[in-house]
Ligand binder design. Structure first.
Ligand code: HEC
Ligand code: HEC
Length: 286
């Protein structure tokens, strides 16, 4: 099956890909990512100790074609930046019964530098691990007295992209011990559970087969350091849980809901598999 798929890919991609590049497709490429000529991204580093099956972790950027990679090298070419600018305006616009904007309490968005790198994270107030989306909605509901945004909707994903953008280049560093540990373990269980008619786990594709071609795709390690992600395929920003949903659906399984406890746990676990890579969001993928 793989051989047939490969041939089909070769036909589809035609001359865009040289035979040499195609033959080398089992490995991530050797390109370095420096954004805007100044933000050095760590796209490859030693796997965190908790990972048994993998020695080296790679950003998904390293598995994309040169054409796709190029979109992320300069913000002028990165289609996500339009929405980052939209979110920047929202950041400063009062909303809700308390007539407050994000900036009323947090000043410039630069005050959020480093925050994206440590989420999902344990919250004492909530008594559970929360994602950045949940934290933002908490501020909207409790502090602005505004309506919560849809978990993986446009307003929210734009805001997460803005928050990610001010952490770019910083190492992902989610905590997996202490009160977060049981959630992390739940996420790990989900990662290794075989789902759907295809009976495939996240690990079957993103741990056992990264580097290989699947249909027209060069399989990455399924890292989330680049989220939110602009996808050339659907020409919009994609939230982490929306991506999880798509991958679970591809196994022809019923999927969990964006914002569900299962996806929060899975996000913490997947984030921890990228501890040490740079925050890259908003990134560009195919
Ligand atoms: C009325 C004041 C207020 C407003 C308005 C407000 N926040 Fe907050 N925000 C807080 C406080 C206080 C905290 C820390 C306590 C907590 O976790 O609730 C916080 C925490 C956060 C955090 C987590 C920071 C960390 O260190 O983990 C993020 C992210 C955040 N806010 C984003 C936003 C965004 C985005 C908006 C606008 C949509 C917003 N906030 C509006 C008061 C506010
Ligand atoms: C049948 C194979 C398959 C399974 C199973 C699968 N995925 Fe994927 N996944 C893909 C493909 C193909 C892509 C697109 C190419 C790539 O980035 O690897 C992808 C992409 C991703 C990405 C985007 C990576 C990036 O850099 O933007 C994430 C995150 C992801 N998967 C997470 C998961 C999680 C979590 C699970 C388990 C719930 C899962 N995947 C299960 C095939 C799979």
């Amino acid at each position: 099956m793989r051989r047939k798929d490969r041939m089909r890919n070769q036909v589809a991609l035609g001359l865009a890909i040289s035979a040499l590049a195609f033959g080398a497709s089992a490995e991530p490429d050797d390109d370095r990512l420096v954004v805007n000529g100044e933000i050095e991204m760590v796209t490859e580093t030693a796997a965190p100790e908790h990972m048994e099956g993998v020695k080296t972790i790679y950003s998904g950027w390293r598995f994309r074609s040169d054409e796709t990679q190029a979109f992320q090298i300069d913000d002028f070419d990165n289609p996500s930046m339009i929405w980052v600018e939209t979110a920047q305006e929202v950041w400063e616009t009062p909303e809700g019964a308390a007539d407050k904007s994000c900036s009323s309490c947090h000043e410039g968005v630069e005050s959020m530098a480093g925050i994206k790198a440590v989420y999902p994270k344990w919250s004492d107030a909530a008594g559970k691990v929360v994602t950045l989306e949940q934290q933002v909605n908490n501020c909207r509901e409790e502090r602005m007295e505004a309506e919560a945004w849809k978990y993986d909707g446009g307003d929210m994903t734009n805001m997460i992209a803005l928050l990610a953008s001010v952490s770019r280049g910083m190492p992902v560093n989610v905590a997996i011990d202490g009160p977060a540990q049981s959630t992390w373990e739940q996420g790990k269980d989900i990662y290794y559970t075989r789902f759907g008619q295809l009976e495939m786990s996240c690990a079957n594709c993103h741990e056992d087969n990264y580097g290989n071609m699947i249909r027209a795709d060069h399989l990455s390690q399924g890292q989330i350091n680049g989220f939110p992600t602009y996808r050339l395929k659907n020409t919009k920003l994609n939230a982490v849980h929306a991506r999880f949903k798509g991958c679970v659906r591809d196994t022809r399984a019923e999927t969990f809901k964006p914002g569900s406890p299962e996806f929060v746990a899975l996000e913490l676990y997947v984030a921890s598999r990228g501890n040490g890579l740079s925050v890259e969001g908003p990134s560009v993928r195919n």
